[in-house]
Ligand binder design. Structure first.
Ligand SMILES: [Mg+2]
Length: 301
């Protein structure tokens, strides 16, 4: 497996997991089939949602600035924004505040009664940061936190992004993603969620163990833990994304995050051809994502 194959796997894995999970967003685990294919939903089979759209914008900004530049990243998110991709409420509000002229560094703190978002919106898009900065765990964490703060002011929302980035970076090296996520996490919430799920799923990686009765919630601590455990423990890319999506609830995002980790672990070549063949292409589709993965991997060398 080449370094480039792993780097491309992290980005295309985000895309494939997102597109596979989209039709099952909000579904309970027992409604989701055991074998997944790209089903038509929202913009059609193989299309991505806000998770991948924001990851593409983050990758473009990282290539341009060679690091997280909050102002440039906010412009990239606004330029990429397509409401049909299904954005979360908090992020939609932050983007509106920027358009109204609120400073990039201020808007994220104004949502959710001044608490900021603790959702998984910063973690779901973080794969490009892991690819670019994987060589130094401290830099991965700092850059992931900086990329998160643009839209997520709550410590759990930021910490989830750092833990997810650490898991992807470890997977790129062939190290244990779960151990790396635990080292990177600073909040009790993210540490507890990772530790509890790791214990609960010891010996059996079952979809119903990754969430609660109704599926995986969109809180960053709970959904990052589900994705990291699936991505770290499953034996193949297909198995990782399948168990993450079948856990239900926020299925597109759990699928995207597990896909990023498993893509980095097993490489882009491990993504089933029947899934890759259906991914949307064109100006901002699959080939653009592959080009961004090459640019980031070159800069990381
Ligand atoms: Mg989504």
């Amino acid at each position: 497996m080449t370094w480039q194959d792993r780097a491309t796997g992290a980005l295309l894995g985000t895309f494939a997991g997102d597109a596979l999970g989209m039709p099952w967003e909000g579904a309970p685990p027992d409604a989701i089939p055991a074998v997944l294919d790209m089903e038509p939903a929202r913009l059609g089979a193989g299309t991505y949602t806000d998770d991948t759209e924001m990851a593409i914008a983050l990758a473009e900004s990282l290539v341009r600035r060679d690091g997280v530049d909050a102002e440039d990243l906010a412009r990239a998110f606004l330029a990429a924004y397509d409401p049909r991709r299904g954005y979360g409420g908090g992020t939609t509000q932050v983007l509106s505040l920027w358009r109204e002229g609120v400073a990039v560094t201020q808007a994220a703190q104004r949502v959710f009664d001044g608490q900021g978002s603790l959702g998984n919106g910063a973690a779901m898009r973080v794969a490009p940061v892991a690819v670019r900065f994987h060589a130094d765990a401290g830099v991965v964490s700092a850059q992931a936190r900086r990329s998160a703060q643009v839209t997520h002011a709550h410590p759990v929302g930021i910490d989830g992004a750092a833990a997810q980035a650490a898991a992807i970076a470890a997977a790129l090296y062939g190290d244990d993603p779960l151990a790396a996520a635990l080292v990177a996490a600073r909040t009790q919430e993210v540490r507890d969620a990772l530790g509890e799920l790791a214990t609960r799923t010891e010996g059996a990686l079952e979809p119903h163990l990754l969430g609660d009765g109704g599926g995986v919630p969109s809180r960053a601590d709970r959904s990052v833990a589900a994705a990291v455990v699936a991505g770290a423990r499953a034996g193949s890319f297909e198995a990782a994304v399948t168990v993450a999506v079948r856990a239900g609830g926020d299925a597109d995002t759990t699928g995207a995050m597990a896909g990023a980790i498993a893509g980095a672990r097993f490489g882009a070549a491990s993504i089933p051809a029947r899934w890759l063949a259906v991914l949307e292409d064109g100006e901002r589709g699959r080939s653009h994502v592959e080009t961004l993965a090459v640019r980031l991997a070159e800069r990381a060398r």
